[in-house]
Design a protein around this ligand. Sequence first.
Ligand SMILES: NC(=O)c1ccc[n+]([C@@H]2O[C@H](COP(=O)([O-])OP(=O)(O)OC[C@H]3O[C@@H](n4cnc5c(N)ncnc54)[C@H](OP(=O)(O)O)[C@@H]3O)[C@@H](O)[C@H]2O)c1
Length: 197
Amino acid sequence: MQIKTHMGVSIDGLVTSADGLAAWEWDPGYDGKSPPPGYSDFMENVGAVVMGRTTFEQGLPEWKDAWPWGERPIRVLTHRPLPEGAPATVKASLGGPKAVVDELKKTGITNDVQLLGGPKAIQSFIDADLLDRLGIVVLPVLLESGIPLFPVKATAFSREVWDKSSHKPARETVRTMRLESQKQLEGRAVHMVYAFT
Ligand SMILES: NC(=O)c1ccc[n+]([C@@H]2O[C@H](COP(=O)([O-])OP(=O)(O)OC[C@H]3O[C@@H](n4cnc5c(N)ncnc54)[C@H](OP(=O)(O)O)[C@@H]3O)[C@@H](O)[C@H]2O)c1
């Protein structure tokens, strides 16, 4: 069982526009109906889905009428009970990444688990060393403002900082990944899958 993502990301690294609309919807090839590029293939071996509460609450009104995940168990990471109105397959998971993975294993799931997002949920899995594959689909759009996949602290080049730096401590704390696969999708997007080393 692998925990894996399939995140749509703009070229400037954002998963939503400033109003919170997912980057997928800004894909110039998006028709408003079809699954996002690569999603059907990705879901073939997915037996359960985990997401953060913000993503769940944002998506629920739309998903309710045409539930996208069939009978697959859905777990929502949260610190509070869920609002009413979700199918019985949806449960709140109050214990964080390790608790939800342990619980899903106990249900007998052998297939992979999609970590749907958003960035806060993904970061908590990375911090817990529980994300096996970071899959991203880079979409041909610059969103300029919105929610980044990874929060970054932007800096401007400083000669003074450069001259004083040994360039070592930062490298020791940088997380590296191994590129496992890459593929062009639908002639416009690039799917990359990284394993954490
Ligand atoms: N482009 C894409 O592929 C894509 C995919 C998915 C989502 N998105 C976008 O991402 C945005 C939301 O992202 P986000 O990072 O702000 O929120 P998020 O990860 O969806 O949800 C964050 C919330 O989930 C709960 N949570 C997350 N990790 C937790 C943990 N380890 N333990 C317990 N609770 C946890 C907390 O809720 P409480 O403490 O409030 O209970 C937290 O405030 C949405 O706008 C959505 O459209 C984009």
